[in-house]
Design a protein around this ligand. Structure first.
Ligand code: BES
Ligand code: MN
Ligand code: ZN
Length: 502
């Protein structure tokens, strides 16, 4: 869907539908709603007075204008109680509205933005509205051929602005579309089946990002990784016919000597579990085990499009985890890129093995911060559920920055401890570390393992095993790939820019 910001009055919009927002506890109509109500002979107040429309959160009612104004219909949208309004409610309401209009085969709509909804966060209101509308409309349809003509799609949303806020709203809409496009890109990568989203194809997608200004892409192949000694990553790749790739995206938005933020994303294009094979049920969902890598690629893409004045590195170790005849086996020991020896207890704990080498590589940039994002442990779903990101790390300030970004984006993050006692669980009897610490505190011991490969840099690990893939529709995340952490990372990066928000 394309979004346009236009000057004018909502009541004059010649649209298929005009979207108007209401609060549950709103006493009387104001602004365009009042004018439109008057022009249409009180149809809105009639609906409200008869309690056909109560403005409950995300409630949508459609009424026809009978030709009294240029627009054919009005969509009344509920925002719930005024005192309870927040960015998540705005995202949800706009997502539900757009989905509802799409189901009616409507192609185009007009709306206004009431910046007084949250007076302190004007920019965030615009962002939340556009995020809700765009993210809620996402559908992954390239593989549908039967009944393709029946697929409905919204084509256009016109945001009508009457007055001085025009350029402010226009620029916020622009920036948010950059972000939602990056989320679409990430969702597309994750939704693609693993036979068509191999490590090599992920690398090609990264090269596409490198066509943007100030972005370069380097891809290390198997030979190069062997030469460097990335044996932990290559060990995981042994059982697959697909060649592993180590994808490096470098975005230079600041002075050369400014320390970069390094984002590291797990790029397991398919995780069968390897020799410690997973049960068949839901194994198809393991095509999404590259969600962290895809989020990193999306975040770098958005940062470049927003021209953030930062240096940002994206590292994506990409491979399959397969039980081929050359596959690595429980008991195998690998000398990792760091030089530390890792004993493999369970070949299904492969994510931390590829991340170990990537985190070691990150040190080469002497980074200001390292953030890794991974669908790392089923234990994180047990601990926090399907909607929440697990956070562990060594730097309180960095964790604070992530928490702040999480609050703004609605991507929920909860911290878990990385206390010394947990490190016992990953000590190996005959090597330095083992790749599994057993079932107890599985998310924490996985992070403890990663910490052994992070140099002395501020570091945060985000476990997105829960929210990366959704088995049911959420308000602005249709079921399937969520693209979680793209908005979180972009918000974190934008907040990092010293000047005012860019
Ligand atoms: N990719 C999985 C984690 C996962 C599970 C993500 C379910 C999303 C949904 C990871 O590679 C894995 O298999 N982890 C194991 C670790 C264990 C063997 C120590 C797990 O969580 O069971
Ligand atoms: Mn696994
Ligand atoms: Zn995995």
């Amino acid at each position: 869907m394309k979004i346009f910001v236009r000057k004018g009055k909502l009541q004059d919009a010649k649209s298929q539908v005009i979207i108007l927002n209401f609060f549950e506890d709103q006493k009387k109509l104001s602004g365009s709603a009042q004018i439109i109500n008057q022009l249409c002979g009180g149809i809105i107040t009639e609906l409200i007075n008869n309690r056909d429309f109560e403005a409950k959160p995300s409630q949508v009612s459609i009424i026809y204008t009978g030709g009294k104004i240029p627009a054919k219909r009005i969509a009344l949208v509920g925002l719930g109680k005024k005192s309870e309004i927040n960015l998540e409610k705005i995202r949800a309401a706009f997502a539900k509205t757009m989905q509802h209009l799409r189901s009616l085969n409507i192609k185009e709509a007009a709306t206004a933005i009431d910046l007084s909804l949250l007076p302190k966060d004007k920019d965030k209101i615009v962002q939340a509205m556009v995020e809700g509308a765009m993210l809620g409309l996402y559908q992954f349809i390239p593989y549908k051929t039967v009944g393709r003509e029946d697929i409905k799609e919204m084509e256009q949303l016109n945001i009508v602005v009457d007055g001085k806020d025009f350029s402010f709203i226009e620029s916020e809409v622009e920036k948010t579309q950059v972000i939602t496009q990056a989320v679409y890109f990430t969702r597309d990568l994750i939704s693609a089946p693993s036979n068509e989203m191999t490590p090599s194809i992920m690398a090609l997608k990264a090269r596409e990002i490198a066509r943007k200004q100030n972005v370069t892409c380097i891809v290390l192949d198997k030979a190069k990784m062997k030469e460097l000694g990335m044996n932990s990553l290559l060990g995981v790749a042994q059982g697959s016919n697909e060649e592993a790739k180590f994808i490096i995206l470098e975005y230079s938005g600041a002075k050369k000597n400014e320390a970069p933020v390094v984002l590291v994303g797990k790029g397991l294009t398919f995780d069968s579990g390897g020799i410690s094979i997973k049960p068949a049920e839901k194994m198809d969902e393991m095509k999404s085990d590259m969600s962290g890598g895809a989020a990193v690629m999306g975040a770098v893409m958005a940062a470049a499009d927003l021209q953030l004045p930062l240096n940002i590195i994206g590292l994506v170790p990409a491979t399959e985890n397969m039980p081929g005849s050359k596959a690595y086996k429980p008991g195998d020991i690998f000398k990792s890129y760091s030089g530390k020896n890792i004993e493999v207890i369970n070949t299904d704990a492969e994510g931390r093995l590829i991340l170990a080498d990537a985190l070691t590589y990150a040190a080469k940039y002497k980074p200001a911060a390292i953030i890794d994002i991974a669908t790392l442990t089923g234990a994180c779903i047990i601990a926090l559920g399907d909607d929440v990101i697990g956070m562990l790390g060594t730097d309180d300030k960095l964790k604070g920055e992530i928490n702040k970004a999480a609050e703004n984006t609605g991507e929920l993050v909860w911290e878990m401890p990385l206390w010394e006692c947990y490190h016992e669980q990953i000590k190996s009897d005959i090597a330095d570390y083992k790749n599994s610490g057993g079932r107890a505190a599985g998310t924490i011991t996985a992070a403890a393992f990663l910490s052994k490969f992070v140099g002395d840099f501020p570091w945060v690990h985000l476990d997105i095993a829960g929210p990366a893939w959704s088995s049911k529709d959420k308000p602005y995340t249709p079921k399937g790939a969520s693209g979680v952490a793209v908005r979180l990372l972009v918000e974190f990066l934008r907040n990092r820019v010293q000047k005012s928000r860019v």
